[in-house]
Design a protein around this ligand. Structure first.
Ligand code: HEM
Length: 428
């Protein structure tokens, strides 16, 4: 299995369980390791020892270093190893023998997130060519329409809602529909299947069924775009790729965009709203000067670092890093919540401060796999928070903060639901 949830199941719970006092702070299990060096061993549930990178500079150097592979299947990251293999490797290490598992054949048509250069480079370039400024500009007005429609629907329905299904999930899902050129008539079905397929709490059976339907749907979409190209990314890839991409590659690319762009943005919107509501002075700063929103988005990305332990690589050879020796074959996990609070880079990093001077953060990763959709994600957050605060000026939590169910068991951190309320008075 190559899904991030496979890694989630291997990570000790104490590394994911957030502190009750402030759920936005890194897990105490992670924070306790502060001061123990920027790269530390971490025993996973299958007995494998991964290397946890908590330092900013060390994280950047891992993500920029070709000796760390993103092809977790070929180089068999910790999620690919059975406990008996881990034990055999440990015994070999005791005997002083090399312990790197032999690479296996990995073939994924268009799953470029898990590819290394040069295979990655070709697909990534093709995709970058599709995320044009012109397309992003055009999307911005659609993002605004989608945000406004959903907020107005919430207001029309009453004075309370769960912000996750009412706003945070549909917004990125519909934006991806725009990007991929999904027909309006198919969007409800698309959204329902996406949310089931990406919901780690759904049963395996339901997820597999939804995933299968989604795959079939996207395969049909690719066929439809071949027959009648539109203004979307799939049509663009069909027209621009030389040599042409196969159907299987196009389906994979669409699934990557969906997988990478949906859950991430949804959780930034919902968790971001939660963090803002818990920091009224920061909301006031945003209301006083709406131009601060771009800064606020960067600060929320840093402060929340939702891809909590999801950025991982495999060392293809022995590498000296942050004072330790990472052995060949070892899995390296970048702990973005800690990395983005490295006191060597930020003063008072545990404080949310929308006026903070901008220092580059690693919430979108770094190096060749750095988030392809970051420009779009920024638009969604800028528009998403601006419209929410403008149209619901007295938005507030409808339950005590401690009752908000956290996704602290997931690789993408966030909230399962966010009950909010507002007064019925008309907004501006
Ligand atoms: C990669 C974060 C939104 C598409 C990544 C990576 C991170 C990340 C950390 C690097 C993963 C790695 O190196 O292993 C986020 C966050 C988002 C977000 C925090 C929301 C706030 C989006 C959106 C899209 C997108 C909206 C597209 C619609 C991608 C793709 C990759 C990626 C395709 C893989 C790039 C590659 O392998 O070359 N993202 N992302 N992301 N992201 Fe995002």
């Amino acid at each position: 299995e190559q899904s991030p949830s496979a890694m989630r199941r291997l990570i000790p719970e104490e590394m994911l369980e957030r502190p009750a006092a402030c759920p936005f702070d890194p897990a105490p299990g992670l924070a306790r390791r502060r001061g123990q060096g920027p790269v530390q061993p971490l025993e996973l549930h299958n007995g494998a020892v991964a290397w946890l990178v908590t330092g900013f500079d060390e994280a950047r150097s891992v993500l920029a270093d070709a000796r760390f592979s993103a092809d977790r299947v070929r180089y068999r990251d910790a999620t690919q190893l059975q406990p008996h293999e881990v034990a055999e490797m440990a015994a070999a290490a005791e005997r002083g023998e090399p312990v790197c598992p032999a690479p296996v054949d990995s073939r994924a048509d268009g799953m470029f997130v898990f590819m290394d250069p040069p295979e990655h480079t070709r697909l990534r370039r093709l995709l970058t060519g599709q995320f044009t400024v012109r397309r992003m500009k055009a999307l911005e007005s659609r993002v605004t329409e989608i945000a406004v429609e959903h907020i107005e629907a919430m207001k029309a329905a009453g004075t309370a809602a769960d912000l996750v299904p009412a706003y945070a999930l549909p917004l990125p899902s519909l934006v991806i529909c725009e990007l991929l050129g999904v027909d309006y008539a198919d969007r409800d079905r698309f959204q329902v299947n996406t949310s089931i397929a990406l919901n780690a709490n759904a049963s395996d059976e339901d997820r597999a069924r939804a995933g299968g339907e989604l795959y079939g749907f996207i395969a049909q979409l690719v066929a439809a775009k071949r027959a009648a190209p539109g203004e979307d990314i799939i049509s663009g890839l069909i027209q621009d790729a030389e040599p042409p991409l196969s159907d299987a590659q196009l389906v994979d690319v669409a699934l990557v965009l969906l997988g990478a762009g949906h859950e991430t943005t949804a959780n930034m919107l919902a968790l971001g709203a939660f963090a803002l509501l818990q920091n009224p002075d920061q909301v006031a700063a945003l209301r006083d000067d709406p131009a601060v929103v771009d800064n606020a988005v960067e600060e929320l990305l840093r402060y929340l670092s939702i891809v909590q332990l999801g950025v991982s690589r495999v060392a293809t050879e022995q590498v000296a890093l942050g004072g330790v020796t990472v052995p060949a074959g070892a899995t390296v996990i970048v702990a973005t919540p800690e990395v983005n609070r490295d006191t060597r880079h930020w003063t008072d990093p545990d404080r949310l401060d929308v006026h903070r001077d901008r220092v580059p953060h690693l919430a979108f990763g770094h190096g060749v796999h750095q988030c392809l959709g970051q420009q779009l994600a920024r638009i969604e957050m800028r528009v998403g928070f601006t419209e929410l605060l403008r149209r619901l000026p007295d938005l507030r939590l409808a339950v005590p903060a401690t009752e908000v169910p956290l996704r602290n068991d997931m690789l993408i951190f966030g909230v399962h639901s966010l009950p909010v309320a507002w007064s019925g008075a008309p907004g501006p």
